[in-house]
Design a binder for this molecule. Structure first.
Ligand SMILES: NC(=O)c1ccc[n+]([C@@H]2O[C@H](COP(=O)([O-])OP(=O)(O)OC[C@H]3O[C@@H](n4cnc5c(N)ncnc54)[C@H](O)[C@@H]3O)[C@@H](O)[C@H]2O)c1
Length: 270
């Protein structure tokens, strides 16, 4: 029976993954600061992902950690440092202490959000160009993933997720959407790929308006996207005030990071 620890399991992505990663021979151990109710073949741990003792305890007996917990958008430096960067360290260090062989980290396109559209499709392993403190926290944790792979031999996969919601929320997401079912397929590929080592892959569906990023490395892990945001295009574009502008003239489509990479969008202060 495989045990998978999912941190931040009460959030949007965690809620999508629970039914899609459930298997008869798997237990999902769900950790969050928010309350959760265990379903069949699930366990719940209410704790902070920044608490090293609690995380090490939660890691005991696990075969993999899926680290989702944290602040999922821009915030003050202090909050990003204390939750996301500390939480990234704790996830890898707890896995090492408990002997968990694999960590899958929910990184973000915002680690490289200032990559301009002239460089689309953005290659796998593109050098950091974070667009926010939030993006910096993803870069820092990708660095920890590399460290814990090279120094301690952990399999460490960073998924630079683009936009993962039940439905694409806006025009940019017609290009960047990762559907719930494709998210399930991608995370499952990361769980089951043999000896992945250290990887940085993009997480996106097979969108008609895609082509923003490479999918080569995700596909090398066995991921085959099947969904396309285009089914929502009419509804989204009807509500878009810029619908008559070509993509290259829409500010939120000039860089991979979208709205986050628009000049003047500074972080809220503490
Ligand atoms: N949804 C997306 O489009 C997207 C895109 C790129 C990256 N990501 C990343 O994926 C992960 C999940 O995103 P989401 O959309 O589900 O976010 P979310 O905000 O819905 O969920 C985050 C979860 O983490 C929990 N959490 C926060 N601090 C915690 C702590 N200290 N200890 C334990 N739990 C804590 C929250 O309670 C929440 O349940 C995040 O790391 C986010 O940065 C998401």
């Amino acid at each position: 029976m495989a045990i998978i620890l999912i941190t931040g399991a009460a959030g949007i992505v965690g809620s999508m993954l629970r039914p899609r990663l459930a298997r008869p021979d798997r237990t999902l151990r769900l950790l969050d600061i928010a309350p959760l109710t265990a379903g069949p073949r699930e366990e719940v741990v209410q704790a902070s992902a920044t608490d090293l003792d609690a995380m090490t305890e939660a890691c005991h007996g696990a075969d993999a950690v899926i680290h989702l917990a944290g602040i999922s958008g821009e915030a003050s430096w202090e909050r990003i440092r204390d939750v996301n960067i500390e939480g990234g360290y704790v996830a890898f260090e707890a896995a090492r202490r408990a002997g968990v062989p694999r960590v899958i980290f929910a990184s973000s396109n915002h680690a490289i959000g200032f990559t301009p559209r002239e460089r689309f499709p953005v290659p796998d392993y593109t050098f950091p160009a974070p667009d926010t403190y939030y993006g910096v926290s993803k870069v820092a944790t990708e660095g920890l993933a590399a460290l814990y792979h090279h120094r301690y031999g952990l399999d460490a996969i960073c998924i630079r997720i683009l936009t993962c919601f039940p439905k694409p929320p806006n025009r940019r997401a017609l290009s960047t959407w990762l559907s719930p079912d494709d998210a399930g397929r991608l995370f499952d590929s990361c769980l089951t790929a043999a000896n992945p080592g250290f990887r940085v892959v993009f997480g996106v569906s097979a969108n008609t308006r895609g082509g923003f990023v490479s999918l080569a490395e995700a596909k090398a892990l066995g991921y085959e996207p099947q969904d396309d945001a285009e089914v929502y295009a009419d509804e989204i574009l009807a509500a878009d005030p810029d619908r008559d502008l070509p993509d290259e003239e829409v500010p939120a489509l000039r860089n991979l990071g979208g709205e986050y990479a628009i000049p003047g969008r500074d972080a809220p202060q503490a």
